[in-house]
Design a protein around this ligand. Sequence first.
Ligand code: BGC
Length: 424
Amino acid sequence: MALLFPEGFMWGASTAAHQVEGNNTHSDFWLMENLEGSIFKEPSGIAVDHYRLFQDDIALLASLGLNSYRFSLEWARIEPEEGQFDEAAIAHYREVLLACKRNGVTPIVTLHHFSSPQWLIRKGGWESSDTPLRFSRYCTHVMKELGDLIPYVCTINEANISIGIAKIIKRHSSNGSQAQVGINTNSMSQMQQYFMALGNAFGLHPQEVHSFLGPRTEEGLRIIFQSHAEAREAIRQVCPNTQVGVTLSLYDIQSILGGEENAAQAWHEEFLQFLPYMSDDDFFGLQNYTRTVYGPDGLLPIPEQSEKTQMGNEYYPEALGAVVRFVYNHLKKPIMITENGVATDNDERRIAFIDRALNGVHACTSEGIPVIGYMHWSLLDNFEWQLGFSKTFGLIEVDRSTQERKPKTSAYHLGKIAQNNALN
Ligand code: BGC
């Protein structure tokens, strides 16, 4: 029997500016990637040339049957120097939003997805108490210029990411493997060299470089969530009808016997402690890829025999439904799944992942949990941060020598689910 989703459910795919657009020259990542001795596998370069090809990409997304597109605007393009807003960048994003409109696609706009302007980092980055104000000023500008075309905003992507990264690095540093979110943890000394070079490039002491994906103090975390809360209010001042939320990276945190307290502690650190910052949001952006399991001594290694993704994560699509349920039990807000997906070169496994993940989501909507959309990560194979172009999360394959797009079977599969608003 077909599993029907609620009427008006949003079906789409996600990208992030730096990972797809190309030539994001004013961003901190551009600088890090192009440093001599960079730990980035390769620089982003022209990425998948989405800055030029967005019209075709959005038309392709719509032709598959998807009705929503989650993408980010690049702060470093819009405000390349502090206080100087680039009209051409704004005009470009207006064209992107209009392309969505023409194609009947609802845009879900992220205002910060990991990459930041270089000037922000020189001024203390994500540990500076001035950052919430600077971020709000940029958000206000964007909403004044483009807000008429923006129904949904995610202020900051994965505001809690530093916590997960720290834990995964700790777990992986002992066995030398690679972790999720594109952090190459092969060698700690490489990481140190990278911070040294980075310091030189920014004219700062290495410990004063606070890019979004770096280590975070308690105060830095507070600054990030404060940035979200202040931006939300600034956005509402300009566009009271735009729905505003933040996205968090959430594992399905599980425990074996004796690990319950550790799991509860992890839920607190990774999610529950941030509830006060989200209590006035319109929706919650949920991002999930896998689970973590705790025992009496802490985080357990992934079992040898379990299937792994290209990222070294456990292939575990059931995580999504469980996280939706946990979130809703603690935050009674509409939930938009802003990212869920799998890095694999076996498209059959992606199709199975989508079906199993959506099964869990359907169980939640049947219980009355207000899940309002599912955005698959990612629309296109793209630049996976430090890991370069080696990981394939896309519904659409890209031949980077020609920039030719080729939808995978999974793209048609998700498109069909979207068209039927049902999982067979
Ligand atoms: C991030 C994406 C990233 C994806 C896969 C998420 O944490 O938002 O930028 O590509 O995970 O690692």
